[in-house]
Design a protein around this ligand. Structure first.
Ligand SMILES: [Zn+2]
Length: 176
């Protein structure tokens, strides 16, 4: 178990490195990633992101649920408060799913998944929880319906066996 002594030691090393200095709240890479909580798929590592480059939302499966959309709505308000205007268009929202995702084990618990997606249990097949490639397409489509026009949305699937991502849905602008 990693205890607080260990965390404090590692944090001291981080602070010494100085990479935190002068960062802005707005992601310098104009990137938002929606990914899974799985410890093997941290977007910072898998996608080589540096501190401050991307806003990252992680949940079970990296899914675009109603809660994810509420979080994005709150973030847009923060951006408006910080920039004094609407979010600039050149923002990239990347959905990052992965192979061997634990959400597939939850197919045995439809009541949990129905609550998660806020849909009737009978509608769960449309969420494609057992197929990351299908699921990432589903979530990109949801984002394209909900995000403002002009932003970019893409869908990626990371293979935990090879360490490589597959660009399932290349980045495309959300159309009016
Ligand atoms: Zn996962």
């Amino acid at each position: 178990m990693i205890d607080t002594d260990e965390l404090t030691k590692r944090n001291a090393g981080f602070a010494d490195g100085g990479s935190f200095a002068d960062l802005k709240l707005m992601p310098s890479g104009s990137l938002a990633v929606i990914g899974c909580v799985d410890p093997r798929v941290d977007p910072s590592d898998v996608l080589g992101l540096k501190l401050g480059e991307a806003a990252v939302i992680r949940n079970v499966g990296g899914r675009v649920t109603p809660e994810t959309l509420r979080t994005l709505e709150m973030l847009s308000k923060v951006v408006q408060a910080r920039t004094g205007g609407p979010r600039p268009g050149d923002v990239h929202y990347a959905v990052l799913h992965h192979t061997d995702c634990g959400i597939t084990d939850l197919a045995a618990f439809p009541e949990l998944l129905a609550g998660y997606f806020e849909v009737p249990a009978g509608d769960l097949p449309a969420e494609a929880v057992t197929d990351p490639v299908a699921a990432v397409r589903v979530d990109v489509d949801v984002l394209k319906q909900k995000l403002p026009t002009g932003v970019f949305v893409s869908g990626l699937v990371y293979d935990v066996a090879t360490g490589l991502i597959d660009v399932v849905v290349p980045p495309a602008r959300v159309e009016a």
